[in-house]
Design a protein. Structure first.
Lengths: 236, 236
DNA sequence: AGCGCACTACGTACGTCGTACGTAACTAGC
DNA sequence: GCTAGTTACGTACGACGTACGTAGTGCGCT
């Protein structure tokens, strides 16, 4: 019998194919693709071992031959979509390049709304993540700073993008999963909030709500946030 | 029989005590306190309805008289710990005040490591969150900017703090839940990463690893990140 | 060539979860 | 005091991750 679990490992270091035994019917890439498809279509919570196994067409427990723990499945998924990062030849304008990186990361997360929830420093070293990191560093070649600082920049930019998209996605997904309509929900929340603010306990909040009549341009908010981050790293 | 679910509501708008019927044996605050205690001690995943019910000393399903859905329990928890935010008289130095806000938020999240995972714009309007927001706005009175800009500042600062602490916590919690030791895990990961980098496919990563010999001072990284955010909002 | 073993495949089963639903006890308003 | 709405809570259902046992397969060794 094979040794079950109990050994630490990085899934990327584990060979896809062992020497002995019958050849596997699927690849990790197949499994990851199915999981990604399910997550895109039905949300991350629909990604269960049973579901994925049914998707690839095998028994539930057979999956564990390819993926030791569910967490590793998540890691596979993140790496799979990370291949969608476009890696271009740096232009020499690091600000423009990093803005483009951020923009593309955001679009990637919009295509795969479950990515922000899985983002973690722990998943930071999958093959495609390494390629992505190397690309960012290449874009930052013109910036006169230590690698330490460059990593801080990348982390911060990623953090801001992730946070913004996560907020966007969370609200949308929450609405979709609720048993009542978005309008009802929003109306109830606004009514409550209005009541609280009108109570006089939060004068500045009241002022703020009075001031901001128009709808917020989230696109502009996002872009300003990125610019501000980059400003913080531009040599003065 | 009572009407079950199907009506949108904000839990904060629901009265704690209905007119009819026997008087409730507990308060929402009791329940939130128990849930917080469990989450602090055993992690967020240990916060199940059964567990919390056992903690307050009632049947599992009785909880649903107080908390319509589990998500609302989360909302109660976040609000409960939000009361720990210290709200002082603004000093007039908005940068110092906001640094202090961020520092205290970080400490709050370190005391309650599950908070980052529950952070969401949706939970943004609980009573204590409103108080917190109002306090931030008060600290920002000296800053000459629109409320829109001030909200962007607060959101960004919170985002950065949350991201940093989340990374810190995630790594720690992951290690605690793994069936092997931290040293083994780290050794395996570093061995893998070193192998990848040594392959020559990532020249800048290799350079970076060669450059940064000393351990990273996370405290300084955190503080620099905050400073940079605030820089982005200081009138030039 | 053929043996043995490491591997794949997968069904069963356990303990967990959120929560729908039914019933009994209780109390505020008419 | 009646009754309607609430509280309390046990039971039950359909998920979930995954430990474990067993059967079958084909590579690597002798």
């Amino acid at each position: 019998m094979a040794v079950r679990g109990a050994e630490p490992e990085v899934i990327w270091a584990r060979p896809e194919r062992a020497g002995r035994g019958p050849k596997p019917a699927f690849t990790r890439a197949d499994i990851a693709a199915v999981a990604v498809r399910i997550a895109d279509a039905e949300g991350l919570d629909a990604v269960s071992m049973r579901h994925v196994a049914a998707g690839v067409g095998c028994g539930t427990m057979s999956l564990y031959n390819y993926v030791p723990r569910k967490e590793d499945l998540y890691e596979l998924m993140v790496d799979a979509v990370s291949s969608e990062h476009e890696l271009w030849e740096p232009t020499g304008d690091w600000r423009a390049d990093m803005m483009r990186v951020a923009e593309q990361t955001r679009e990637l997360m919009r295509r795969h709304p479950w990515v922000p929830r899985l983002m973690s420093p722990v998943y930071g070293f999958s093959p495609n993540a390494l390629r992505y990191l190397e690309h960012c560093l290449a874009c930052l070649d013109p910036l006169d700073a230590s690698y330490g600082t460059k990593f801080e920049l990348i982390a911060m930019l990623n953090g801001v993008v992730t946070t913004y998209v996560r907020n966007e996605i969370d609200s949308a997904e929450r609405v979709r999963n609720l048993p009542w309509s978005q309008e009802r929900e929003q109306a109830v929340r606004i009514a409550y909030l209005g009541g609280q603010v009108a109570s006089g306990a939060y004068p500045r909040m009241a002022e703020a709500f009075a001031e901001d009549a128009g709808p917020i341009d989230m696109e502009a908010v996002f872009r300003r946030a990125l610019e501000r981050v980059l400003d913080g790293f531009a040599p003065s």
